[in-house]
Design a protein around this ligand. Structure first.
Ligand code: AMP
Ligand code: ZN
Length: 109
């Protein structure tokens, strides 16, 4: 997907502040953070949105949550708590058409 920003970040054609990467997933800081800690957890496979998930993506979705949990620990927000969010489609506030899980936290208690 040449014109997809998150595919370009995955392929290192666009810069990002990468916090985690494995064969299937990349996670980087949101460039316009909506919380003190705001990380995007992104499958490297180009999937448009949650609404475009297929049966074969079951495992991948599980991995996304496990990576989010690990990142929350790395970012020291496990104990204070955090939000995990998928925006789905235009009406759901999704702007980038490549599936991503928002990890938000770090607010003062
Ligand atoms: P969504 O509205 O769910 O599609 O979220 C897209 C998110 O991507 C927004 O929170 C943006 O701030 C973020 N974003 C846009 N461009 C970049 C970029 N180049 N690097 C990191 N995050 C970005
Ligand atoms: Zn993409």
């Amino acid at each position: 997907m040449d014109d997809c920003l998150f595919c370009q970040i995955t392929n290192k054609k666009e810069p990002a502040n990468i916090l985690y990467e494995d064969d299937e997933i990349i996670a980087f800081k949101d460039i316009y953070p909506k919380a003190p800690i705001h990380v995007l957890v992104v499958p490297k496979k180009h999937i448009l949105s949650v609404d475009h998930l297929k049966e074969e993506d079951k495992g991948l979705i599980g991995e996304l949550f496990l990576v989010a949990k690990k990142l929350a620990k790395d970012q020291k927000i496990s104990e204070s708590g955090y939000k995990l969010l998928f925006n789905v489609g235009e009406g759901g506030g999704q702007v980038i058409g490549h599936l991503h899980l928002h990890l938000l936290g770090g607010w003062k208690k």
